[in-house]
Structure formats: C-alpha cells, structure tokens
Ligand binder design. Structure first.
Ligand SMILES: [Zn+2]
Ligand SMILES: [Zn+2]
Length: 229
C-alpha cells in the first residue's frame, strides 16, 4: 500500500502571505475562519463515492462499502461500474493500469458534493516507487512500473484499490480487500502509516502477510487523529 510522497492537491487554496498582509485585519480573519471551517467538517457529514472500474463482484463492492461506513461513519454512494480509462493503460512489464492516472481520472469525475472517490478494480494497477526525495528507486527497470494493491494521496480526495494482488479464497480475498480499502481511505483522510502492526494503517510494505496480520480496524491513536474518539 504505497503512500506517494507529495500531495497532488491541497485541501485549501493557498493565499500568498504578502496578499494577506495588505488586506485589512477583518478580511484576514474571515479567510482564516473559512479555512478552519473546511477542516472541521465532521466525518459523518462527508461522502464517499465508490466507483467500480470494470467488472467487479457486487458482493465485494457491497462489503467494502459497508466496511468504510462502519469504520469511518461517512455517507456512502455506490456508482454503476464504468470502464477503466484506456489512457491509463500501460504495458511496461505486463498489462496494467497506472494507479496515479486512475486517481487523477477519478478526482476529475468528483463533484462538489462528493468528498472522496474510491475506485475499485480486479485488474492490475501500478505506480512508480520513489524514495523520500522523489527519485525513482533503483533499479528503475524494477520500480519504474511497480504493481500495487492500492494507492492514495495523503491527504487527498481519491484512492484506487485492486484485488489483483490479494489472491486467496473468497473469504480471504474479501478480508484483505477490506483492509486495503480502509488503509487507502485512511490516507485520503490524512492518516500516515501507523507503527502499530495490528492497526489497519500499518505500512504493508507490499507484503500480503502484513495485511493479514493487521485488523480491519483503526487503532485508538489513529481514531483520535481523525476525531473518532
Ligand atoms: Zn499506506
Ligand atoms: Zn493506528
């Protein structure tokens, strides 16, 4: 579950300090109040749009929708399936869809009433694995197009999850899928990786074992961070 460095988008519009200083104090205060207002929208007032991409089993979509609602208490909207955008398709190592491209695509579809979009597919998705400085990890032939279970910006408004690497029988696959979904939605809400290995926000370091070891729930610390406690 990769958490890319750097945000694609900021929650707030950035106002240069020089502009603020020139404005009368009451206008500056108004801007600050508006910014604080954006941050304080409680989870129960936020909406997640679940967007199946291509053919996805209805039962799986239903389960992940309920899991997000149960864990985060946000409102859910389930969309009809849409085809994966051909512009995100690559065939570098194997046929895949670029997760970052899908996130951009999903975010563009998002209307103002929707806070987060979760794209969901059974096909393989990939991204470029980078180090803390944003450089492609070496060897580039390995990490330039790196298959992932899910991807989300932290914070952000869109995430994508694929069942392709989750494997297992129906029950195992569902359990893994729920955890990856909860993890990526947590990133969108601003949660970083958690040192608690049982917490769903633990860094899976692309290992299915780590996913299996974690619970399908946030630890108390992570819950506190997003106002659930
Ligand atoms: Zn992560
Ligand atoms: Zn945690």
């Amino acid at each position: 579950m990769t958490q890319p460095s750097g945000n694609r988008e900021s929650i707030h519009q950035i106002v240069p300090l020089s502009q603020l200083i020139q404005k009368p104090l009451h206008k500056v205060l108004l801007i600050l109040i508006l910014l604080t207002g954006c941050q304080s929208k409680s989870l129960k007032d936020r909406t997640v749009y679940v967007q199946p991409l291509g053919k996805v089993p209805v039962l799986l979509t239903d389960t992940i929708q309920k899991a997000i609602q149960h864990t985060y208490g946000m409102k859910m909207v389930l969309s009809q399936s849409v085809p994966l955008p051909p512009s995100c398709f690559v065939q570098i190592k194997s046929p895949r869809y670029r997760a970052d491209c899908l996130i951009e695509y999903l975010d563009l579809q998002r209307n103002k009433k929707i806070d987060y979009v979760l794209g969901f597919t059974t096909l393989d998705i990939s991204t470029t694995k980078r180090d803390g400085l944003g450089r492609v990890q070496q060897p580039e032939s390995r990490y330039g197009d790196w298959g992932v279970m899910g991807l989300a910006y932290c914070p952000g408004h869109a995430a994508v999850v694929s069942t392709f690497r989750l494997k297992g029988d129906a029950s195992k696959l569902t359990s893994r899928c729920v955890k990856v979904v909860l993890h990526e939605v947590g990133h969108n809400l601003g949660l970083p990786h958690c040192p608690n290995k049982r917490c769903v926000m633990t860094d899976a370091v692309e290992s299915i074992r780590t996913v299996d070891h974690a619970q399908a729930a946030l630890c108390a610390q992570c819950q506190k961070k997003i106002g659930l406690r």
